[in-house]
Design a protein around this ligand. Structure first.
Ligand code: LMR
Length: 335
């Protein structure tokens, strides 16, 4: 072999050898843990983010989505994020107080939002941004708000009047506002991780619970609850959060691609949320396992009046300025 040809074959060989090495360079892994089913608004949006993120970074990022509390339950996932054991979560806004950020409980105030439009004035406006900033001292960055929906109440007895709640043990998320809300109705609230709710309802550890229809239906809670009251008494949605150190250590182009994936996944989440919840409620109705109760205007007014106590009791806990700003955005008036 002539010298030039030998050199050429050596170069080609070296390139060929180095190719698999480049292709095999380990991707950046984002572990995204969540507690709900894949076919919920959050579950689908997480999967869509994975798809976009991997496409737009051309495989340099791999997103591993762990649904249904497979990896961590509610409280543990927050700790795992701070420790860097996972990189991304989308916890319900009702679960931030144990982290030391109480302001998000403003979203739990009963009847504070009448519809998604009023909610978006907050989540897509300056107050929403201000709230996300409160996470930074905890080593967490808030990237977006993802919608879920308005909650129903379920139990094994019909819940129509405030008096119907008396003595009912009701599972809640870890929010003091939700604790106040249940007590204002005469019920006994019990904080419990989402992954434990189905069994607790089935075995009678608790009598009832609240959740948007998409969560109730995908966890089959309607199969262990005789009645579901469509009360729309409160909102449940999410903040998508990441470990701050991890996010800031990403190469700039990767971070930009992930931000654009998040923007589109957020639009997707907020587009499917209402439809998914409407369909889930229809699924509950069709199953015939729970009877669906619709409140009359008068009954709703009675719930609203009783639950207003949860506003009064929590203004100073949440922060009077935040509550005031949200009231201004939505028009809620506390009596
Ligand atoms: C719950 O615990 O009821 C919800 O926060 C679950 C979820 O993530 O939607």
């Amino acid at each position: 072999m002539k010298f030039n040809a030998l050199l050429k074959s050596l170069v080609v060989g070296a390139v060929a050898l180095s190719l698999p090495m480049t292709a095999a360079a380990a991707p950046i892994v984002i572990k995204f843990s969540h507690v709900v089913a894949q076919n919920t608004p959050k579950g689908q949006a997480a999967d869509y983010f994975k798809k976009l993120a991997e496409e737009r970074t051309k495989g340099r990022v791999k997103v591993e989505v762990y649904p249904n509390s497979q990896l961590y339950k509610d409280k543990e996932e927050m700790e795992a994020l701070q420790l860097g054991a996972v990189q991304m979560l989308a916890p319900s806004l009702a679960k931030f107080a144990p982290l030391g950020v109480r302001e998000f409980e403003v979203f739990d105030l009963p009847y504070i939002f009448n519809n998604y439009q009023e909610l978006h004035k907050v989540t897509q406006g300056p107050v929403g941004q201000k709230l996300l900033k409160k996470l930074e001292p905890k080593g967490i960055l808030g990237l977006a708000y993802w919608d879920n929906g308005f909650k129903v109440m379920s139990a094994n007895k019909p819940l129509k009047k405030v008096a119907d709640f008396r003595g009912q043990k009701m599972r809640i998320q870890s929010s003091k506002v939700l604790d106040s809300q249940m007590r204002s109705m005469g019920a006994i609230p019990q904080v419990m991780a989402f992954s434990e709710v189905y069994q607790a309802l089935q075995t009678g550890v608790v009598n009832g619970t609240e959740n948007p229809p998409s969560n109730l239906y995908t966890q089959k809670m309607h199969e262990v609850q005789k009645y579901v009251t469509v009360s729309d008494h409160g909102y449940l949605g999410y903040a998508v959060i990441v470990n701050k150190k991890f996010w800031e250590s990403l190469p700039k182009d990767i971070r930009a691609a992930l931000e654009s994936a998040m923007k589109d996944a957020t639009k997707f989440a907020n587009d499917v949320a209402k439809k998914d919840n409407d369909e889930a409620l229809e699924g509950v109705r069709k199953s015939g396992r729970s009877q669906i109760i619709t409140l009359s205007a008068q009954e709703k007014a009675e719930w609203k009046k009783a639950m207003d106590k949860a506003h009064k009791e929590n203004v100073s806990r949440i922060g009077a300025d935040i509550v005031k700003e949200v009231y201004q955005a939505t028009g809620y008036t506390s009596k």
